[in-house]
Ligand binder design. Sequence first.
Ligand code: FAD
Length: 448
Amino acid sequence: MKSEFDICIIGAGMAGATIAAYLAPKGVKIALIDHCYKEKKRIVGELLQPGAVLSLDQMGLGNLLEGFDAQPVDGYSLLQGDEKITIPYPDHYKGMGLHNGRFLQKIRASALQNESVKQIHGKALQLLENERHEIIGVSYRESLTSEIKSIYAPLTITSDGFFSNFRDELSNNKKSVTSYFIGLILNDCDMPFPKHGHVFLSGPTPFICYPISKHEVRLLIDFPGDQLPRKLLLQAHLDANVTPYIPESMLASYEKAMQEGGFKVMPNHYMAAKPIIRKGAVMLGDALNMRHPLTGGGLTAVFSDIQILSAHLLAMPDFYNTDLIHDKIEAYYRDRQHANANLNVLANALYGVMSNDLLKTAVFKYLQCGGTDAQESIAILAGLNRNHYSLIKQFICLAVFGAFDLVRQSIRNLPKAAKILWDAFLIIKPLAKNELSFSAVLSGYFKK
Ligand SMILES: Cc1cc2nc3c(=O)[nH]c(=O)nc-3n(C[C@H](O)[C@H](O)[C@H](O)COP(=O)(O)OP(=O)(O)OC[C@H]3O[C@@H](n4cnc5c(N)ncnc54)[C@H](O)[C@@H]3O)c2cc1C
């Protein structure tokens, strides 16, 4: 069936709007559908790792980071007790801290300025199928009229975020809530290391902060478990596990923000990508794959997916050959698995490590040693090193370092050393099973 559009994109969020902004100037005809185009205040997607910034630059969209007070980030710092370390990003790469809502509006404006993009205000309801069960478009409820309408396109991209309505039809994913993030904005706050992402390890669970504008710092506090924190529990958590560990220089801004009470709470999901490959549709963004946001890897994965999917789609002469589109979707799912595995494993492994007293101390001391191991680790975090062998090597080195360090202090620490190794194994095993293959790790060794 010939259609007015080449692609129908469900969700003009970070993934949907960005792929539209990239493909539209190349002449791809796009229907972009979302039920809300207003700027939102969200606590998600505010730190772009250098890998995400690099992807934007490679797509020619780097200019979208300009003009709304986004702040460069030079590296990471870790703080535990009175000790602090900083690790710069490699080769002077930079990350960016920003207001997600402002950034998204810039991406949307960039997409919508193209004549080949039709903006649709509506809530996507159902994927439409032909008699061969191939997906041929989507039905939606138009926001203004509440009428139910349909859009047809040879390819539908479902990028409707972490509560995706279309996941059941296109994947076998199981999502789980690892923890919650409580988000606060600290005004006029002096972080211990300006232009750095901070990870605070002194309490039982981590909290992080980074600049999101010249005068604002985002604080994200982890609340462990899969139950939404109730008000009293949340306050008790902040009082016992966070407030005592806020650095002196940040305390006044923190206390003011606490008094004003404007915090937001979001669930942190883990969901490996398990797509069902169906003709006519493909998933992108959080609809397909999620990881813990501790490492700020979400948008690195999203933008990298956009590059991979777009490269495959743009290699086609047009969008008329549905068999060819199907081959391209298969190739995208295969390639993206390799590209994103390090980001996914690292995010959840690091969350496991930082919620474990022995491993947390080990990671701090390990990175404190500096040198090539610290550089390799930060390159993985930055989304610049996607080599699976590097990731596994660093994880094993960290666990062995931690065990050895304990035994070096006293032979009586032997049981603790064994526990570190066992805990590390329990953290990495399910993640590696979901995300990595032995052959991919081995080929990483030869590519190094
Ligand atoms: C607490 C938290 C903090 C995070 N921090 C970071 C960070 O610092 N750095 C980072 O890189 N990543 C971070 N992430 C992850 C990152 O924000 C996500 O990976 C990214 O936003 C996913 O983009 P998306 O387009 O898939 O989803 P979204 O950006 O959520 O977009 C989904 C869009 O779909 C629309 N939509 C939904 N349903 C429908 C429907 N039925 N019809 C039409 N439209 C629909 C929505 O209105 C929305 O516009 C964080 C995540 C969390 C939870």
